[in-house]
Ligand binder design. Structure first.
Ligand code: PEP
Ligand code: MG
Length: 760
């Protein structure tokens, strides 16, 4: 592996190990082994501070005599380790035993070691959580690359250990079946943050806070001198704001095809609405300045929306704030404040309480490197913008704009889910190195046909959620769409798109990728993918409930226009139709029947033949694995949805963090299921594609190939890593790896086997 890839891999693996392990001790044991092996240091140890006794305890070591571990305690300022802990500074020296501070523990096995690197956890913090130590036989200090990577890992460990403390604290609240930590927002910027990631990638830059809220706070009451003159000014501002709104509508339609650009029609309606405009005018007549009148009327109206108890109206509050800002802008009140001006050459990391619909349009054309948002989910405006710009995005960080002022240097690491605030020099160096090699790697031209080292062909296609993902796919050299998740288009809107709107979007996908093949998945909403404008009714277990095709089959008013739009687009190129959440053959048969009826209707209306696209099912519910032969007989192809298959195989809600440790893609039970499906598909001569996250994990790819699964639909951003892995893999060796893995009994054993298999 390249240096940068090794570094990424270590950072990712340490994070994954800490998150996946239920207990801290096995997690630490795995982490020290991983760091030692991957970084080529003979010894890696972690000391943790015990507040009660004010001692440092060697919590885990790899390379030293573990039997002597229980004796290794130090006062918090004792030895080299104590010095690192109490001073908060890195110690990187040769010949540690000659150092006056060194404390010798008989039987531990340090006699042969000639260098010592100790990094406080987290770095730069005196008396933090503990110390990360690397030791080796070289009689020289560790080089800068190792130093910087160890520093970054110690930062990571600091956050992960804090996270663990938080998880085991009573702060864990239960909310609708999901456990959620609810720490109060920090008042001052912590050195690191872990937050929900809406889009991956790495960014290094300075923060620019969008002062949407600040604008309101800064706007104080002021009296106008001439109410009539102020009224004229306000009327002009309304006309300007309407003009801008129409421009926004047009740009939004061009930039974000799936977005409901009609949202801006609603904005224009606000600008024509007597109850809003009239209210402002009344305030102006009471001798307020127009700007303050806008603030007051907007506040009055949004409060009444929120009090109404009507979710749709409450949602409108953000739109009204957006409109009001446009009015203020027109009034010249916020010029140069609200939108980032002047343009920064190097780009900025935008931080905001919320991103408004117009921010999508304004920020699209600016140099934005990353996005941080206090609110929002995976389909929020922030997430949509990040996808379309292909930049990292973190959401759900309460108080962000308070403790992270504009100009703060941050590094966003979408690989490990960490945000470094005012990072120190070694972390900056480490990420600049990673960024440079990352950018250089993206320029590699992909081959026409992907192959393993020994020439076995592998089919790579892309998982796509929005049209903007197609750009990303192209950049990473992927031509066909292996999974188009149609639900995202529905989720980012405020109402169901009609047949024509759907066709408009599907047509664009076909025009761009139809020559290479597109697998469209039928609307897979519900469970972890709700639609805010659709009333699902209350369900105890939404993941096991009325979701996806179960809902569609009972709602022909939704299913029919959806199928018609897809059928119309399918005539434009190579399309396959994929049915999600299939549990029984009856599901499949009913859907096929609906499709035939829709095609017959279209034929009658258009007077041309509508050929049916190949139809396949997602294998994600265990019943389909057990009855695979029957499903293969009645399908043209199948796709393995490992995300849901894991969820339903191990009976875990995939959005519930409490049971995240059961999400085990390396578990032999899952591998048995995959093998059963792969063998049956091969026997039936039907194509099978893996489209769950597992296919994007370069390490798991060896297992999948070994099981005979050579068509992978991956996250486009994972293409470089997967290709790099393929170039090192022998198909024959993958087969024997899979055979060995199938004999094992736990996910940990399989992971070890896979780790051993991979050349470092
Ligand atoms: C899956 O379940 O593996 C899958 C690809 O679908 P989604 O993640 O969209 O449910
Ligand atoms: Mg699924």
């Amino acid at each position: 592996m390249s240096d940068a890839q090794t570094a990424f891999e270590i950072i990712r693996s340490v994070t994954r190990t800490m998150i996946e392990s239920r207990e801290t001790q096995p997690a630490l044991d795995a982490v020290v082994q991983l760091i030692s092996e991957k970084m080529g240091a003979e010894v890696c140890s972690i000391y943790l501070h015990e507040a009660g006794t004010d001692q440092l305890r060697m919590a885990s070591t790899y390379g030293l005599n573990a039997d002597a571990l229980s004796n290794v305690h130090l006062k918090s300022d004792e030895g080299l380790t104590g010095a690192v802990f109490s001073d908060g500074d890195v110690v990187n020296i040769a010949h540690p035993r000659q150092d006056a501070r060194f404390k010798f523990f008989p039987g531990l096995g340090e006699d042969r070691l000639n260098n010592f690197l100790g990094v406080p956890i987290p770095p730069g913090t005196a008396r933090g959580n503990g110390v990360l130590i690397l030791q080796g036989t070289e009689p020289a200090p560790f080089n800068r690359t190792v130093h910087d990577l160890a520093y970054t890992l110690a930062a990571q460990l600091g956050t992960l250990l804090e996270n663990r403390k938080l998880k085991s604290s009573p702060l864990l609240e239960s909310s609708g079946g999901m456990s959620r930590a609810v720490p109060p927002p920090p008042k001052e910027a912590p050195p690191f943050l872990r937050a929900q990631m809406a889009m991956g990638g790495i960014a290094d830059g300075t923060v620019l806070v969008l002062k949407t809220h600040q604008v309101w706070e800064d706007l104080l009451f002021s009296e106008s001198e001439d109410a009539e003159k102020e009224l004229v000014l306000f009327k002009e501002a309304v006309q300007l704001a309407r003009k801008e709104t129409r421009w926004l509508r047009q740009r939004a339609g061009e930039l974000f095809a799936e977005m409901d650009a009609r949202i801006f029609d609603t904005h224009e309606l606000f600008l024509m609405d007597e109850s809003y405009v009239g209210l402002i005018e009344n305030h102006v007549r009471e001798k307020m300045t127009a700007a303050f009148a806008v603030k007051l009327a907007t506040r009055e109206l949004t409060q009444s929306f929120q009090k109404s108890g009507n979710a749709k109206l409450a949602d409108r509050a953000a739109d009204l704030r957006d409109v009001a800002l446009r009015l203020l802008n027109a009034l010249g009140e916020v010029q140069g404040h609200y939108h980032p001006e002047p343009e920064s050459d190097t780009g900025v990391i935008v931080a905001a309480a919320e991103l408004l619909p117009s921010d999508l349009v304004y920020l699209q054309s600016r140099k934005v490197l990353g996005i941080l948002c206090e609110t929002g989910g995976l389909t929020s405006h922030a997430a949509i913008l990040a996808r379309s710009l292909d930049i990292p995005c973190f959401i759900g960080i309460p108080g962000l704009t308070q403790f992270l002022p504009s100009g703060t240097h941050v590094i966003l690491d979408g690989h490990s889910g960490l945000i470094y605030i005012r990072p120190e020099a070694p972390v900056i160096r480490e990420y600049q190195r990673l960024l440079a090699s990352f950018q250089a790697r993206s320029d590699i031209q992909p081959p026409d046909q992907d192959r393993t080292l020994d020439g076995h062909p592998v089919q790579l296609s892309g998982n796509v959620s929005l049209l903007s993902d197609l750009q990303l796919m192209k950049r990473f050299g992927i031509k066909s769409v292996g999974l188009y998740r149609s639900e995202f288009f529905f989720m980012i809107r405020s109402s169901f798109p009609d047949e024509e709107t759907q066709f408009g979007v599907y047509r664009q996908v076909m025009e761009r990728c139809g020559a290479f093949g597109v697998t469209f998945r039928l609307l897979d909403v519900g469970g972890d993918k709700p639609l805010k404008y659709f009333d699902w009714g209350k369900e105890e277990n939404p993941s096991l409930g009325w979701r996806s095709i179960r809902m569609l089959l009972e709602r022909p008013d939704i299913l029919k226009p959806h199928m018609r739009a897809l059928l119309r687009a399918s005539q434009l190129g190579q399309m396959r139709l994929l049915f999600p959440m299939i549990a029984t053959l009856r599901d499949l048969r009913e859907l096929k029947e609906h499709l035939k009826v829709a095609a017959a209707e279209l034929e009658a209306e258009h007077g041309v033949v509508f050929r049916l696209p190949p139809m396949g099912i997602m294998i994600e519910i265990p019943s389909t694995v057990l009855q695979i032969e029957g499903f293969l007989f009645e399908s043209d192809f199948i796709c393995l949805g490992t995300n849901d298959l894991i969820q339903y195989l191990f009976a875990i809600d995939r959005s519930n963090e409490r049971v995240a440790s059961y999400h085990q893609p390396y578990h032999p039970a899952l591998l048995q299921a995959l093998k059963h499906v792969a063998d049956a598909a091969q026997k039936a001569g039907k194509p099978v594609t893996v489209c769950g996250e597992m296919a994007s994990d370069p390490k798991a790819v060896a297992l999948l190939l070994g099981l005979g699964l050579t068509s992978l639909s991956i996250a486009p951003g994972a293409a470089d890593d997967v290709r790099e892995a393929l170039a090192k893999l022998s198909y024959l060796k993958c087969q024997s790896l899979a055979r060995r893995a199938l004999q094992l009994s736990t996910a940990e054993e399989v992971r070890k086997e896979v780790d051993l298999f991979w050349p470092t």
